[in-house]
Design a protein around this ligand. Structure first.
Ligand code: MG
Ligand code: MG
Length: 268
């Protein structure tokens, strides 16, 4: 992952970036409408690309680091970077869908783990806890804190539920480049790491394994899977660091409005 020095963004620039982040949420809501047993990951990728281009933006991942697709779709034991294709989703699967867009010079980057049909209760719990990890990480993303405070909050919650925190992949700054400094690990020590200041925009994205934290990469050079084959979940928001309380720029509300109608929203 390339990490250019972070350029602090003005409030006007953050407002432009927010539009990109919101478009990712709307794109993932299109995915939410269509995700079901029998649909292929390639179909979801095509409709996402069409939606993004119809919205006057371009896919953020496609062509970057030679990424061939608009979405990265990681099913079950796949952690991140699954490539869309002919795989049909099946009842009981979970699918982590990561999406980026580039619009008006700024990237948005957000991810959501969907349930496909009827998902086993322990897997639902993994999704619920990973969402909570994201919220706890965001709560720590305030001016004067450090990246280690974000990682600590995420790691504590995941590990107290017996889950593994992926080390090899991390959150990041986001702006005119998809991946900027600082790195935002999902593990860490309080008071350590890069000091956070207003003007930083971070992609916070816990990747939490039901089993061991270790991962491996498949021969396709992209897909990262849990080493023990147990399911993994991934949620990602873009947040602007502020004094007192971070401002969440992306949203899951479009997605969850759709899931609510389908009766597929996870509740506590
Ligand atoms: Mg992402
Ligand atoms: Mg990201």
């Amino acid at each position: 992952m390339g990490s250019k020095p972070l350029v602090d963004l003005s409030d006007d620039e953050i407002a432009v970036l927010k539009e990109s982040s919101l478009l990712v949420g709307k794109t993932l809501a299109e995915v939410a409408k269509h995700i079901a047993p029998g649909v292929t990951t390639g179909e979801l990728d095509r409709l996402a690309e069409e939606f993004i281009r119809d919205s006057g933006a371009i896919p953020g991942f496609k062509g970057l680091y030679d990424c061939p697709s608009t979405l990265l779709i990681s099913v079950n034991e796949q952690v991140v970077h699954g490539l869309p294709g002919g795989r049909q989703l099946r009842d009981g699967d979970i699918a982590s869908v990561d999406c980026g867009v580039l619009m008006n010079g700024f990237y948005g980057d957000s991810a959501y783990t969907f349930m496909v049909g009827d998902v086993a209760e322990p897997v639902k719990k993994l999704l619920r806890v990973t969402r909570e990890c994201l919220d706890k990480g965001i709560a720590a993303a305030t001016e004067g804190n450090r990246t280690g405070d974000i990682g600590y909050a995420i790691q504590q919650h995941a590990e107290s539920n017996g889950y593994g925190v992926v080390r090899e992949l991390v959150g990041h700054g986001v702006g005119r480049k998809l991946h900027e400094a600082p790195e935002v690990p999902n593990y860490g020590k309080r008071g350590h790491g890069v000091k956070l200041r207003t003007g930083m925009v971070l992609a916070i994205e816990p990747m939490i394994n039901m089993g061991v934290k270790e991962v491996k990469q498949l021969a396709d050079g992209w897909t990262v899977v849990s080493r023990d084959g147990k399911p993994s979940a991934h949620y990602e928001h873009n947040v602007a660091v502020r004094a007192g309380k971070a401002e969440v720029l992306s949203t899951f509300s479009y997605i969850e409005d759709v899931l609510k109608k389908k009766g597929e929203l996870i509740t506590a």
